[in-house]
Design a protein around this ligand. Structure first.
Ligand code: NDP
Length: 264
């Protein structure tokens, strides 16, 4: 029987996940199909998943926390952050995972040894990445527009600042996890602050993919080694597919096939 997978999100029409997973299924002769579901209410996720008879799913903005609630069991890293981006249907249960953070670690491997990171933003992605960085004993700072979202990160023991009280230090890597620049031409912080930050870092990564944000453009103009979110997207998909296919295919093969789909 053909297995059906899907990505849930709002919006979801822009998602590259169907192309990535279907390319893999086609190339490796897996009897499966991957579609996209526009879901407006996160509370309907489980019901929709079960009604469609899905074998697995990915979850994107803004339903990753609702996905955590929808699962019957949570495995691995997702447990510590309460954020799920991958669900696998196993023995009648929804099993939740998070592959975003490990996907990001894979994406920044070419940067070499990173010790000190500044994360711009304090949403779901910042939560996932900060916890993952702490696992590797990195020094992590957070800078967010609003101070009220910093509480979670303070409890993790991180250096947390809003635009009002930020003091720039030296960083190995600065990561933009805000949605500034996604649908507008905004910087993740006032431009002068971003200029200062960029003159104190060796590497830059942006979680946004599919366009060069003003932040990434400025980093490129300054000659800083940088990358957008495409590799993060690629590797979270590789790791999710590994779970969908019961770890049958090795990660390198999966990555090569999925990477090719980006050119389609
Ligand atoms: P959230 O909605 O959870 O968090 C958004 C964050 O962005 C908040 O900290 C918010 O600050 C900040 N923000 C929004 N607009 C602005 C602005 N104009 N200026 C400054 N800060 C702003 O989003 P997620 O963490 O889920 O996603 C963030 C981004 O990462 C999205 O663009 C998403 O597409 C991308 N992403 C990419 C992935 C990939 O695979 N490449 C995977 C996951 C996410 P405040 O608290 O002040 O509102």
């Amino acid at each position: 029987m053909t297995k059906l997978f899907a990505i849930f999100g709002d919006p979801v029409s822009h998602s590259r996940s169907p192309l990535m997973h279907n390319s893999l299924f086609k190339a490796l002769h897996v009897n499966a199909c991957y579609t996209r579901i526009h879901l407006t209410e996160g509370s309907k996720l489980k019901e929709t998943f079960l009604n469609l008879g899905l074998s697995g799913a990915n979850i994107t903005v803004p339903h990753k926390e609702a996905a955590y609630e929808a699962c019957d069991e949570i495995r691995g890293f997702a447990k510590s952050i309460g954020v799920v981006n991958t669900i696998v249907f196993e023995d009648g249960k929804l099993i939740g995972y998070n592959t975003d953070a490990d996907g990001f670690m894979e994406a920044i491997k070419p940067f070499g040894k990173i010790k000190k990171v500044l994360i711009l933003g304090a949403g779901g992605t910042a939560k996932a990445l900060s916890n993952r960085f702490l696992q590797d004993a990195l020094h992590v700072s957070i800078l967010n527009r609003s101070a009220n979202r910093l509480e979670y990160f303070k409890e993790l023991g991180l250096t947390c600042k809003s635009w009002e009280n930020f003091i720039c230090e030296d960083y190995d890597l600065v990561v933009n996890t805000t949605s500034a620049g996604l649908k507008d031409d905004a910087y993740p912080a006032p431009k002068e602050m971003i200029e200062e930050i960029l003159s104190h870092t060796s590497y830059v990564a942006d979680a946004i993919y599919g366009k060069v944000t003003p932040f990434l453009r400025l980093a490129q103009d300054k000659g800083i080694t940088s990358k957008d979110g495409a590799d993060m997207l690629l590797y979270q998909g590789v790791l999710a597919n590994h779970l969908f296919c019961d770890k049958k295919f090795d990660l390198n093969t999966t990555a090569k096939i999925m990477q090719k789909s980006f050119a389609l």
